[in-house]
Design a protein around this ligand. Structure first.
Ligand code: PHE
Length: 466
């Protein structure tokens, strides 16, 4: 498929692996993984997560990347090439990044705002519990930061596959790794005595993070741990939203896919583990086990408190931390945009520039609406999975909890039962490369993954309670 030239290509394996890792490593690794690990019995969660990554995650990632490279098409058009009756799945998969882009942009803006707070030495302001809520309820400031974030992502996407996405990832991802290792090592060396005279060290926190806690673990709780690990993994490796199909479509035929997939997963898992290593001990030292929360609460409320409690060095750590998170978020938003851009290029034969312009305009308008979800458009809705949310949470629920497991489930059925796993295996072994874990792959894609995904869907719809 020499027509690839006009769509763009990654120059080689390294560029592809770092771009895909750039998509995978995002807010999920930093604000969700450490929280879940602390909540779900430390090492027990980590153990389940790693096993699932090597089996379930590996199968889904392999499938999407192979679909992309085989068809050399965007998610919107690739599924129809695999099987003409399954065009609709491409539309469904492409809908996910369309829903995610606006709110990911809004959150990216919050991250930039906190970077600016620490850069200007105003970290102390962010210590108040109410600071974050009052910031996101403001009318203009969150929109301005969202626009800056979205435009940074857009500039990279405009640059093209190799000139923009690959180049940015090759620069950002190694730096991100260095930053996170540095902060994690520092977090292990701290200790603190709180008001009531209790002394806690980073190493005590490390034990909580890594040692499996089986105390009182019932079968039901074990099930919760597995479902948590599953949901997290799924979001973390950026599958079921067209991204890996799009990135796979830019990979040259002589690249060893299996090796690339292992490296992408390794990168994503190592960053998640390091994020835990950095956050769990730090939260434990300054706030005890009760301080651990997930989501925005962790990043924008708990951590600023901890950076403040660290004293002067906290400002530096705060800056480094938010630089690192901005890196993680930018490479992810780039991949979300690219999943949509590739669809416009392949389906409507628009130029990359025109497509990128349309996606950017959409992202800016959608992002503004999401920001208004905390003021003009404020509402609260009780969701079927038991949580209550505003506009952003509702969009997140629709994409992550409903559409993504559904897209993944349908992909498993298409590959496992309709066109058969051989379709993917042939693509991966092209050029004589080995497909390790071949039997595992077949078992996963035909039976085990669909069952797990079905359970995940039931949980999202509130039919299965955990
Ligand atoms: N995989 C990213 C993470 O772990 C999140 C992400 C979601 C990236 C949607 C792209 C698109 O945070």
């Amino acid at each position: 498929m020499e027509s690839n030239k006009s769509r763009g290509n990654f120059t080689g394996k390294l560029g592809f692996v770092l771009a895909a890792a750039g998509s995978a490593v995002g807010l999920g690794n930093i604000w969700r993984f450490p929280y879940l690990a602390a909540k779900d019995g430390g090492g027990l969660f980590i153990f389940c997560y790693i096993i699932l990554a090597l089996t379930f995650g590996f199968a889904l990632l392999t499938t999407e990347i192979a679909i992309g490279r085989k068809t050399a098409q965007s998610p919107l058009t690739a599924y129809g090439v695999i099987h003409p009756k399954w065009k609709g799945l491409g539309v469904l998969a492409s809908l996910v990044p369309v829903i995610i882009l606006p709110y990911y942009g809004a959150i990216g803006g919050w991250v930039l705002k906190y970077l600016v707070i620490f850069l200007t030495g105003k970290g102390a302001d962010a210590v108040e519990d109410s600071y974050f809520t009052s910031f996101i309820s403001e009318q203009t400031s969150p929109v301005i930061f969202m626009v800056i974030f979205m435009v940074i992502g857009a500039v990279i996407v405009f640059g093209g596959v190799d000139g923009g996405i690959e180049r940015a990832s090759k620069f950002i991802m190694p730096l991100l790794l260095v930053l996170i290792i540095g902060i994690a090592v520092y977090a292990l060396t701290i200790s603190h005595t709180d008001g009531s005279g209790v002394d806690r060290s980073g190493l005590d926190g490390l034990k909580i993070y890594l040692l499996p806690n089986f105390e009182g673990v019932t079968l039901k709780q074990f099930f919760v741990v597995i479902m948590d690990a599953l949901g997290q993994l799924f979001f973390s490796i950026s599958v079921a939203m067209g991204i890996m199909v799009a990135y796979g479509s830019y990979v040259k035929k002589d690249v060893n896919l299996m090796q690339s997939i292992n490296q992408i997963e390794l990168f994503d898992t190592v960053v998640a583990l390091l994020a835990g290593l950095m956050i769990v001990p730090a939260v434990y030292v300054f706030m005890g086990t009760e301080g651990m929360s997930g989501g925005p609460g962790l990043m924008f409320i708990s951590l600023p408190k901890i950076f403040h409690a660290m004293g002067k060095v906290g400002t530096v750590i705060g800056v480094l931390f938010f630089v690192m998170v901005s890196f993680a978020a930018v490479t992810s938003v780039v991949s979300i945009m690219e999943a949509i851009v590739s669809g416009l290029v392949d389906k409507f034969h628009l130029s990359r520039k025109k497509s990128a312009a349309i996606v950017t305009a959409y992202g800016l308008i959608g992002g503004t609406i999401v920001c208004f979800g905390y003021n003009h458009l404020y509402f609260e809705l009780k969701l079927p999975n038991g949580t209550t949310g505003q506009l952003l949470d509702v969009m997140d629920y629709i994409s992550n909890n409903c559409l993504m497991p559904l897209v993944a489930l349908l992909t498993c059925i298409l590959i496992g039962w309709v066109v058969k796993p051989k379709t993917v295996i042939d693509e991966v072994t092209l050029g004589g490369y080995k497909f390790g874990r071949r039997h595992l792959y077949i078992a996963m894609i035909t039976v085990i993954a669909p069952v797990l995904l079905f359970l995940l869907l039931l949980q999202s719809f509130g039919i299965l309670h955990s």
